[in-house]
Design a protein around this ligand. Structure first.
Ligand code: FES
Length: 341
């Protein structure tokens, strides 16, 4: 005789089983609308449901005109990325109860980039794709295409990619990055992480070009302000900031950054701190921009001089040796690629 299985549910579990959430959804159709508006949809949702389930139900049960993107439903294609309460998430990975616990029972849903949304929650990601394409996100190598065996790399070397190949190009880091918001020429976290993915691959033969691009003024790694927003938001734990830091290290090992004004600025900053424990602003401008370039700042220099903010010669601080030790430990190489080439 089979045993009877009794499933006990506590009162709390029953109360908790369904929860009403109001979805305040960004609506806009670039073909007809001048301005966007928001529509509210209330749904009773259960514990296991994710945001994509709610969007599917709104479309099936409440408003078939709602537009959004989806494909795999498993966090692999990256197409369902949208913003909830201004935080970008993959809709197919974002649990509704967890979202309601965090933000309350009214959730505002918007596309990744409201300014360019062609329709409802669909983002126009052309800026993201352009920058992504710019780093040549593929292996550049002379490979025998009819080779009888695969061109494999040892697992230890593969580990150096450090998860960079897990990126699904969802665009979440790009549209959460405060630098991209100010400077759309900045390649952005995803493209730079992809650049690292191939720079760290021993089979790739375009390291020089990759590092030159990564160190270009206004678009490359020197524009990253290390706010860690990309680390916080990446749904695949790629941590683009980690890859950007590694690109800095590979660039330094390959002297790929010497032409970058930002690199000279950072180097002058370090030299000044090592020498005196203070920032020598005048020397920093001259060393970063060169004597000629520094002339462009002559007005600021005079104005600083008048206010006594431009001392000639910087006095050493007490306990300079402590600061020098800190500089030394912070300068330790971080590249996994020491024996790369
Ligand atoms: S539907 Fe593919 S990542 Fe969400």
């Amino acid at each position: 005789m089979g045993r009877k299985i009794v499933v006990r549910q506590t009162k709390t579990a029953l109360v908790d089983a369904r929860r009403e959430i109001v979805f305040r959804v960004f609506r806009f159709n670039a073909e007809f609308d001048v301005l966007p508006h928001y529509d509210d949809f209330a749904l009773k949702v259960s514990r296991g449901e994710v945001l994509l389930d709610a969007l599917n139900r709104i479309k099936a049960e409440l408003d078939s005109s709602l537009s959004y993107r989806k494909s795999c439903r498993h966090g692999i294609c990256g197409s369902c990325a949208i913003k909830v309460e201004n935080q970008a998430v993959l809709a197919c990975k974002a649990n509704l109860f967890a979202l309601a616990d965090r933000y309350g029972e009214v959730l505002t849903l918007e596309p990744l980039n409201k300014r360019l949304a062609p329709r409802d929650l669909i983002a126009n990601k052309s800026g993201f794709w352009e920058n992504y394409r710019a780093v040549n996100p593929w292996l550049e190598a002379e490979i025998d295409e009819s080779s009888p065996k695969e061109n494999l790399i040892p697992p230890a070397i593969n580990d150096r990619l450090n998860g960079a190949d897990a990126c699904v190009a969802c665009g979440i880091c790009f549209y959460s990055c405060p630098v991209v918001a100010e400077n759309d020429r900045f390649l952005g976290p995803a493209a730079l992480a992809k650049s690292y993915r191939f720079a760290a691959d021993i089979r790739d033969q375009a390291l020089g070009d990759r590092l030159r691009l990564a160190n270009s003024d206004r678009i490359g790694i020197w524009n990253c302000v290390k706010c860690y927003q990309c680390h916080e938001t990446c749904p695949k734990e790629v941590s683009p900031i980690d890859k950007i830091i590694k690109l800095h290290a590979i660039s330094a090992e390959n002297n790929a950054n010497v032409d970058s004004i930002a690199f000279r600025h950072a180097k002058a900053f370090k030299t000044s701190i090592q020498k005196s424990g203070r920032l020598d602003e005048a020397a920093n401008v001259i060393e970063s921009a060169g004597l000629f370039g520094a002339l462009r700042h002559i007005r600021e220099a005079f104005s600083m001089l008048r206010r006594g903010k431009l001392p000639f010669g910087v006095k050493k601080i007490d306990k300079l040796d402590e600061v020098q030790k800190l500089v030394k430990s912070a300068s330790a190489p971080q590249s996994p690629d020491k024996e790369r080439r």
